[in-house]
Design a protein around this ligand. Structure first.
Ligand SMILES: [Zn+2]
Length: 402
């Protein structure tokens, strides 16, 4: 990796870089941070959260109010995580723009709108490139920040679907398509401390962070109640993406990729860094302010559509279940009836066999008796037993011969 310049306090200088260098320097920042994290200790990991052993809890140190963490604190944290998972994890990854704005802390929205007067507001962002399905946005850090820039990444989770549909010639339809895609499910990332210490844990639980990195260490000090979802940089960047200018650039890439013969995720072919001129042109088109109230209303509508759909699915399931149950009962009755019929037939058959065997035996006994009577009579009449038996054999032969 190329060496990037650092300032006196050891921070990378991120201004005045080409989009490619800009992207790389933030990869380097991530690498450094990952190294530091490997050495860290005393974190509220999922294991500590689950087991709640007193030793481990004491090792976590003190809360901001100066007292040690307790088992009850950890129980509350577990509950918060469950709530977040329930709130954000659907079957698919990502969060919609309306959902992101609606669930953000209002202070983050105010800062993203530059509606604060303490120097923490955001006023500039530049769309610098697209890495496969991830938009790269350079957000100028606030006045009071120690940083120059932040890299916000936005991954469009409905990209593949959109690429399928982007191949046609109907421009209006394609514009609608991109508009819906950038408004739809996205995953996000920002290198700032706010996202790292407040929100990445929530975004990991809710499956809308771009990973790596995933965050499983509970933000026990910074955001114990798990409030909000994204930093001002992400809110600002994703809102700017709702403007027609940036969307037209996304559409260009979609159309280009739809025509490409390379793999759809070939990094060499699907990474584009924009020229300075293009970045300037894209910056002319500025989306207006973020309206959190409108976003909340839109999210509520979206949620109620989802709920209605879930309700319908449930009703269908219920009906299906009832039908299946009925069919099962019917099948069971048929089986029982058939079984009874077979058992009765079997019984009848056995009876008939027994009767037949009895008759056979009776016949054999009668014949035996007749034979004896015949032979005895012949012997009494003066024949030898041998002669009598022969006479009987002749008698039987004659009888059969008739
Ligand atoms: Zn940020």
């Amino acid at each position: 990796m190329a060496d990037f310049q650092k300032d006196q306090s050891g921070r990378y200088i991120t201004t005045g870089l080409s989009p490619r260098q800009f992207d790389r320097v933030f990869d380097a920042i991530h690498q450094d941070r990952q190294k530091r994290r490997r050495r860290k200790a005393r974190q509220l990991t999922p294991a500590v959260l689950k087991n709640k052993s007193l030793d481990e809890i004491l090792k976590l140190g003190k809360k901001q109010v100066g007292t040690f963490f307790t088992k009850d604190d950890l129980k509350g944290f577990e509950q918060n995580r469950k709530t977040v998972r329930k709130q954000f994890t659907g079957t698919q990854p990502g969060i919609t723009h309306a959902q992101l704005v609606a669930h953000s802390r209002s202070i983050d929205v105010k800062r993203a709108n530059n509606k604060v007067d303490d120097g923490s507001g955001i006023s500039n962002a530049a769309f610098k490139g697209i890495r496969q399905n991830i938009a790269l946005i350079d957000v100028t850090a606030s006045q009071r920040s120690v940083h120059n820039n932040h890299r916000v990444e936005i991954r469009f989770e409905e990209w593949d679907q959109a690429m399928d549909d982007a191949a046609g010639n109907n421009v209006a339809a394609q514009q609608r398509l991109v508009k819906n895609m950038v408004k739809g499910r996205v995953s996000v990332n920002c290198d700032c401390g706010r996202y790292q210490y407040w929100y990445r844990y929530i975004a990991t639980a809710g499956n809308f962070t771009i990973a790596p990195p995933k965050e499983f260490v509970y933000p026990k000090l910074k955001n114990p109640q798990l409030e909000g979802v994204a930093c001002k940089h992400i809110i600002h960047a994703l809102t700017r993406m709702q403007g027609a200018g940036w969307q037209s650039r996304v559409l260009m890439t979609l159309r280009k990729n739809a025509q490409g013969e390379h793999y759809g995720d070939d990094p060499k072919k699907t990474t584009e860094y924009f020229s300075d001129e293009e970045i300037k042109r894209l910056n002319r088109n500025r989306k207006s302010q973020i309206d959190q109230r409108a976003a909340r209303a839109e999210f509520d509508r979206y949620q109620s559509r989802l709920d209605a759909l879930a309700g319908k699915l449930k009703a269908v399931d219920k009906q299906q279940l009832a039908t299946t149950r009925k069919q099962l009962i019917k099948a069971r009755t048929v089986t029982q009836r058939e079984q009874a019929r077979r058992e009765a037939a079997q019984k009848k058959l056995s009876q008939a066999r027994a009767e037949r065997d009895a008759l056979k035996q009776q016949l054999a006994d009668t014949l035996k008796m007749q034979k004896q009577v015949f032979i005895d009579a012949q012997v009494m009449a003066g024949k030898t037993p041998e002669e009598a038996r022969r006479a009987y054999a002749d008698h039987v032969k004659n009888k059969l011969g008739k």
